[in-house]
Design a protein around this ligand. Sequence first.
Ligand code: ADP
Ligand code: MG
Length: 310
Amino acid sequence: MKDIGQRHGSVGLREALPYMRLFKGKTFVVKVGGALLADALATREVLEQVDALRHLGIRVVLVHGGGAQASTLSRSLGSEPRFVAGRRVTDEAALQAAVLTLNGEANTALLAACRALDIPAVGLSGVDSALVRARRRPPVVVDGETVDYGHVGDVVSVAPGVLESLLADGKLPVVSPIAADDDGNLLNCNADGIAAALAVALRAVKLVLLTDVPGLLERAEDPRSLVSYVDLEGLRVMRQRGVLAGGMAPKTAAIESALNGGVERAHLVSWRVPDGLLAELFTNQGSGTLVVPELGTLTPAEQAAEPALP
Ligand code: ADP
Ligand code: MG
């Protein structure tokens, strides 16, 4: 079956059928990185794949980042964005830039692209209907230095009712990662973390993180070092070895919290791979990285997936 997809460079329907049966009526949370939004064609292609999932009866919630756009706006307003351990330090001006770009530019661009594809998308942020309750992160010590991340939030709880209503109504919720605390103070949250929290609250079976690298890499600088599948213990070992750097640190932390919260599987997929999302979800060999709680839970077919190149 695997050959059909490979010969024609597409996802074979026959191979996909067991997955279709399995996924019907289930909930997937799909997060797209901000870099995707700078590429209109790729954005359209990702949304077409998301729409295919919806037509197969999968309840999809889309979460987006937009850090690169926020950085660009910050710079044009005269302040250089600062990151510590892959996370943005958000002062007053950076918060403003984040709200403008995430709730404004990025969210609206996705909705506009959905309009062009006739996808009934509804945009919202963590602030809407108290979807995400967050709390300002207290200063933390990173590599011996005390870091105050500023107006940065960690998720306290999620009230998924508004998403349930939208999904029941056949809509595609498109969620920006801006959230607020109980006093209405806006907080900039990492979109991977928001996606993970929503996935847990919605009892999603999958969390899919679409990013600009092929997946989890054994060596960040070598795209051929793709890890096809890994479990929580494997991630722990990679973190200890210092392999999970930059944006991959919050991303893998989000995956861990999702799997520990009951989400069955997480996937790291490149949006640069044509039909990469569908290939990851509907073929045995996949296209990116599959993360499961324990490798023992992988099906024999999944374990037969092509090993990572040396
Ligand atoms: P996104 O916008 O999708 O959240 P990020 O830039 O935050 O993307 O995170 C992805 C980045 O993490 C990659 O572009 C890569 O530079 C970096 N990275 C660090 N370590 C790894 C690793 N082991 N595997 C893959 N990517 C890694
Ligand atoms: Mg990121």
